[in-house]
Design a protein around this ligand. Structure first.
Ligand SMILES: Nc1ncnc2c1ncn2[C@@H]1O[C@H](COP(=O)(O)OP(=O)(O)OP(=O)(O)O)[C@@H](O)[C@H]1O
Ligand SMILES: [Mg+2]
Length: 238
């Protein structure tokens, strides 16, 4: 297993927002974490990344217990995080935004074809290449999302946590972001995807976790979720 999340309990003050959340992700897998608003999907990603501290439960990554690691250590261990708010630097150019994603300021083994470099990112994101020297603030929402994903790839993660990548994007950009995630996954990066667009999520994922309030209520393959009207009605459709 690449990632094992065991029995997470997370609180915001007195509110118990993760109540025993457990999930697994295999090497190179793309797994969707879905559910209605406020169930705890983002908090699950933030707890894995160390942005929010759990009260109990473990995060095991590549066999190593990284529970309670601060975010930069989780990143060093090999986890990338693309937050809902796409935190790009608006005053910096596209290129500088990407370069900031390099861990320790220097790419180790840039000649290794599996290592992400600016050139390799541009191959997957030709739109960004056209705008190399433009400031981030001039990019469209979709392009900023691409840049945010590209920057996290520069850290060479084995696992990418992606929170609502298609939110607020025009339909054509939704497709482009979807396709980029598929390519990245095919290139060997495992992805835990939180996504409200069910069509996008099911077209990408191999397996699905459905969240009810503060817990995982159901887990199955994409095909199992597709044919199970009852489970979809319970956890997804309004
Ligand atoms: N910083 C915070 N302080 C207090 N409560 C919070 C905080 N962030 C989230 N919550 C609450 O914790 C619960 C889980 O929130 P979370 O953002 O993880 O849900 P989500 O499944 O990602 O929802 P959405 O689909 O709306 O993004 C919600 O009830 C939310 O209101
Ligand atoms: Mg959320």
């Amino acid at each position: 297993m690449l990632l094992e999340v065991k029995d997470l309990n997370t609180f915001y003050g007195a509110s118990h927002v993760l109540q025993g959340v457990s999930l697994n992700i295999g090497e190179g897998e793309l797994v969707a974490l879905l559910g209605r608003n406020g169930m705890g999907k983002s908090t699950t990603l933030k707890t894995i990344m160390g942005l929010v501290k759990q009260k109990s439960g473990q995060v095991i990554f590549e066999g190593r217990d990284i529970s309670g690691f601060p975010p930069f250590k989780a990143a060093q261990a090999g986890i990338g995080y693309v937050p809902e708010e796409r935190r790009i630097f608006p005053e910096l150019t596209v290129l500088d935004n990407l370069l900031l994603g390099i861990k320790g300021g220097k790419i180790k083994n840039p000649d290794d074809p599996h290592v992400w470099t600016v050139e390799r990112i541009f191959k997957h994101f030709p739109k960004l290449q056209e705008r190399t020297s433009q400031q981030g603030r001039f990019l469209s929402g979709g392009e900023q999302q691409m840049l945010s994903i590209g920057r996290s790839l520069m850290g060479n993660p084995r696992l990418l946590l992606v929170d609502e990548p298609s939110e607020g994007l025009a339909p054509i950009m939704v497709q482009e972001v979807r396709n980029v995630l598929e390519e990245i996954n095919k290139a060997g990066v495992a992805i835990l995807l939180v996504e409200h667009n069910l069509k996008v999520a099911l077209s990408l994922a191999q397996r699905v976790y459905l969240m009810g309030k503060a817990h995982i209520g159901y887990t199955g393959t994409v095909d199992e979720v597709r044919i199970n009207d009852e489970v979809r009605a319970q956890y997804l459709e309004v």
